[in-house]
Ligand binder design. Sequence first.
Ligand SMILES: [Zn+2]
Length: 66
Amino acid sequence: MYGVERKMIYAQIKKGRKLHLVHEYEDGDVGQPICGIHAPQFRMSINVPLGNACKRCVRVFNSRQG
Ligand SMILES: [Zn+2]
């Protein structure tokens, strides 16, 4: 199980160009992209334009805000 969700960060899946949104947890673990795609490996990215993000991730993220 993961710990408490701390913040949203971007993750770029290896061999992929899309940036997905993932949760980073208090203990430093990182979850899977919120759009539901399976990502065995990815590297973290921050401070990137939201326009480069996976549209499904953005939709899920926006729906959670309201
Ligand atoms: Zn995504």
